[in-house]
Design a protein around this ligand. Structure first.
Ligand SMILES: Cc1ncc(COP(=O)(O)O)c(C=O)c1O
Length: 453
């Protein structure tokens, strides 16, 4: 591998070789990692080193909600870099005050005090610590089909197999798992509505028998682990249980926030007010790393006379806050939340339209601009194409091969275990949706070969 010298032109091969030799690829065996050299991006597309364009059908990691290179957000970054690139978190800054006031306008009501981070992971770490400090209790109830982040507490609260590598000794203590609300493949083999939401009631049973429970931590719509939309009674029931048991409800809206589900935040679908809301990703359309942990006034008041034992050098970093203001203003100007609901319904229809043709589709589900295409070997038994244990083996899964085929066809999509997550930028046009769905239609022939019955 030759050294890359600043100012000299480099080939894409050199860039890729350097990247895979000198950097870690996340969540993967390193040997097979062949990262795509991304050189440019605009709107719903990005471009590789050979000039090939890709439709960004999952908004990178379900985060570039405004689309690429929004001029207002770029301008805000440039302006802030000239005005005040950094101030320690103990200081007040104009940009911090402005964003905090704007958040009061767009967050679900009742969330009134904010701690800024530089990722969703850190925002969940903050939420867990705040919940423990405020309640004086330790345990967090999370759910198996979930992802909450990669560091100690947030990976301990993650139900999916990304947690397994730190099990058992390295897993942060005090997290226990409840069953998820998954009406397509219920872990308790119940059927909605006859189940009367037993998965929520079991969570109350856990709180009663565990003692020392500080909080229940849920993605209101489970994201990477399958875009699982709970039945309408579920989130209100969780709210009632938490109130009855004096336990905090933390909504992890890292992926579901910022218009993704057709509301500013997913909890608004059920008029549920969490005690703590965690978000990141779309808050700046991912142009700069920003996370947010928002709490109620009750929690805020507690820390008036109790030590707030948390902080980072980069907390409330001005360079992260200015683009968040611009992102929110752009979302308001372009009415992107309503657009996500409206155009997202079209996306859902087009994806559902593939079901008849492809026996490998077990279910298409989602809301707003947030959809999963769940793939199975057998529609009757709902046996998935791959299992969670297979996810941690070096061989590519069937969904990875489908995503690979779509990439060849110029459409980038995220795949996880046995489903694809379709979550394009909220600005996507209907004809662009048609392009993405047509590529999926072709690539699904790979999965159909595995189906029986
Ligand atoms: C629901 C949820 N929580 C937390 C995280 C972690 O956020 P980050 O990758 O910014 O640390 C993610 C990331 O995908 C997520 O989807």
């Amino acid at each position: 591998m030759s050294a890359i010298v600043s100012g000299e032109s480099v080939s894409s091969k050199e860039v890729v070789d350097s990247t895979r030799t000198l950097n870690y690829g996340t969540w993967k065996y390193q040997r097979a990692w062949r990262p795509l050299h991304v050189v440019d991006a605009e709107g719903c597309f990005f471009i590789d080193g050979d000039g090939k364009r890709y439709l960004d059908f999952s908004s990178q990691l379900m985060c570039v909600n405004l689309g690429h290179k929004n001029p207002a957000v770029i301008e805000a970054i440039e302006h802030q870099a000239r005005a005040l690139p950094y101030a320690a978190p103990g200081h007040a800054t104009t940009v911090r005050a402005e964003l905090s006031n704007l958040l009061l306008e767009v967050l679900p009501s009742g969330l009134r005090k904010f701690f800024f981070t530089t990722s969703g992971t850190e925002a969940n770490e903050a939420a867990i610590k705040i919940a423990r400090m405020y309640t004086g209790r330790t345990k967090i109830i999370a759910r198996y089909r979930s992802y909450h982040g990669s560091t100690m507490a947030s990976i301990a609260a993650t139900g999916d197999p990304r947690r397994w590598a730190v099990e058992p000794g390295g897993k942060g203590g005090g997290v226990i798992f409840a069953p998820e609300a998954n009406c397509y493949a219920c872990p308790m083999h119940h059927q909605y509505p006859g189940c009367n939401i037993a998965c929520a009631d079991y969570l109350e049973h856990m709180i009663e028998h565990e003692s020392d429970v500080a909080a229940v931590l849920v993605e209101p719509v489970v994201g990477t682990n399958g875009v699982l939309v709970p039945p309408p009674e579920y989130m209100p029931r969780l709210r009632q249980i938490c109130d009855r048991r004096n336990v905090l409800l933390i909504a992890d809206e890292v992926m579901t926030g910022w218009g993704r589900t057709g509301k500013w935040f997913a909890v608004e679908h059920w008029n549920v007010q969490p005690d703590i809301l965690v978000t990141a990703k779309g808050i700046t359309s991912a142009y700069v790393p920003l996370g947010l942990c928002a709490t109620t006034q009750h929690i805020a008041d507690f820390f008036d006379d109790h030590y707030f034992a948390h902080g980072h050098t980069y907390e409330a970093h001005p360079m992260t806050l200015a683009p968040a203001i611009a992102t929110i203003r752009e979302m308001q100007r372009l009415k992107l939340v309503d657009r996500a609901a409206e155009v997202g319904a079209y996306l859902g229809q087009q994806l559902s339209g593939l079901t008849e043709k492809h026996p490998s589709i077990g279910q298409v589900r989602g809301l707003g601009m947030f959809w999963a295409v769940d793939l199975v070997k057998n529609r009757v038994t709902k046996e998935p194409l791959n299992t969670i244990s297979e996810k941690l083996r070096p061989e590519p899964l069937v969904v990875d091969r489908i995503a690979g085929e779509m990439t060849k066809l110029g459409v980038a999509v995220q795949a996880w275990i046995s489903h694809l997550v379709i979550a394009p930028p909220l600005i996507i046009q209907k004809h662009e949706i048609d392009t993405g769905v047509a590529a999926l239609d072709r690539a699904l022939n790979i999965a159909d070969q595995y189906t029986v019955g």
